[in-house]
Ligand binder design. Structure first.
Ligand SMILES: C[S@@+](CC[C@H](N)C(=O)[O-])C[C@H]1O[C@@H](n2cnc3c(N)ncnc32)[C@H](O)[C@@H]1O
Ligand code: SF4
Ligand code: SF4
Length: 356
């Protein structure tokens, strides 16, 4: 992102606000990748407006394991008992990863992310997973990471893997705040070194991809550093993402203290329609689910061992979830109702009495 260009924030889902000199980072990706990317984003936008239900998900989000070297208290990974309660099944190995990618490839699925609630760089051959999806025709492959395990050698592997978007989650400007928000972390200065090494290798090697971003989940204990964070990173990376905090599970008081002042004082929303079931499936270990929410076990559509992604996407259960959101009736499902309640703590949607 150049300092000279005007930087406007934009959001596609209301949960993440992105600052990029391109207006929308997808404009830059369209220029780099070309027509096939532009066409995929047109379909994506239509699906996001709920004007279209594609035959197969546009995005395969793979939560392959729940292993992390950090214990961020705002993340489900920070509390082992929560992970045990909300996850089941075996971790996804390369064989099952390939099975999923092969099915996606048969249906020309355009985008995927090989990371969920984990640290993806703890998977030693992560670049091979990405390269496999790239070779199988996925146009847009993205990844978040905490920046702790991206050594120079692995940075080079990633540059050669076909990854299109790489985001470093930092959540802080100062080392003090970083160690409070990212509990169990290595020092911030070592993470910054890894990021700048990656950026240098990218520049020296003349790589256009991946576009690189940093992210900041705005919460009560880091919100005072948001402006400094944006100022510091503007001009250094392609995008800066500000994420809305969402308690990892509902009904636990210990997570309420992280709501940012802004989130607690914002104008209440008066309607809500979730776009995720129109875009994606998230595969958590071997379970196929309609969204990225960590406590969505009641929404599981099946296991990759006994159904296809195609059948799960076109199942009666998934169609009902989509229709419910299209009708603006998220409150008909307990998980969706909990989800909206915790992400918008002061929403004002009138819920009819007949809800179970
Ligand atoms: C779960 S992490 C997994 C990838 C990697 N370990 C990382 O930290 O980027 C993916 C993203 O989710 C964000 N995240 C974690 N818990 C969150 C929460 N409760 N609300 C909003 N975002 C959250 C993280 O800050 C990170 O940007
Ligand atoms: S580094 Fe990422 S996955 Fe690990 S605890 Fe923090 S937010 Fe969660
Ligand atoms: S729980 Fe429901 S509202 Fe929340 S992301 Fe999933 S589908 Fe959307």
């Amino acid at each position: 992102m150049s300092n000279k260009k005007k930087v406007n924030p934009y959001t596609t889902d209301g949960k993440v606000v992105t600052y990029s000199s391109e207006g929308d980072i997808n404009n830059l990706l369209g220029k780099i990748i070309g027509d096939k990317f532009i066409k995929y984003r047109e379909i994506w936008d239509k699906a996001n407006r709920m004007e279209l239900v594609t035959k197969f998900p546009l995005f395969l989000h793979l939560d392959m394991n729940q292993e992390c070297n950090y214990k961020c208290p705002h993340c489900i990974i920070g509390t082992l008992s929560e992970v045990k309660e909300n996850y089941s099944g075996n971790y996804l190995d390369f064989k099952n990863f390939k099975k999923i990618i092969d099915e996606g490839s048969e249906h020309n699925c355009p985008s995927m992310e090989p990371q969920g609630n984990n640290e993806p760089f703890l998977i030693k051959n992560l670049n091979e997973y990405i390269y496999y999806a790239h070779k199988k025709g996925f146009i847009d492959i993205m990844l978040n990471n905490n920046g702790s395990a991206l050594t120079k050698k692995r940075a080079q592997q990633i540059l050669d893997s076909g990854l299109t978007r790489l985001r470093f989650s930092l959540d802080a400007f100062s080392p003090e705040t970083y160690s409070k928000v990212r509990v169990g972390s290595i020092p911030l200065k070592r993470v910054l070194k890894n990021i700048f090494t990656f950026l240098e290798l990218k520049e020296k090697g003349n790589y256009k991809l991946p576009v690189v971003g940093v992210s900041f989940c705005e919460m009560s204990h880091n919100e005072h550093e948001l402006d400094q964070f944006i100022e510091f990173w503007t001009g250094k990376v392609d995008m800066i993402s500000i994420q809305r905090y969402m308690p990892p599970v509902p009904g636990k008081k210990k997570y309420d203290k992280y709501y940012s002042t802004k989130q607690l004082n914002e104008e209440p929303i008066t309607d809500f329609k979730c776009v995720q079931p129109f875009q994606r499936v998230m595969i958590k270990n071997d379970k196929i689910t309609p969204c990225c929410v960590s406590f969505n076990k009641d929404l599981i559509l099946g296991s990759i061992h006994d159904t296809t992604i195609f059948d799960a996407w076109n199942s009666e259960k998934m169609n009902k979830i989509r229709q419910m959101h299209k009708d603006g009736k998220f409150y008909l499902d307990k998980t969706c109702n909990d989800c909206v309640n915790i992400i918008y703590p002061n929403h004002k949607i009138q819920i009819p009495n007949q809800i179970n």
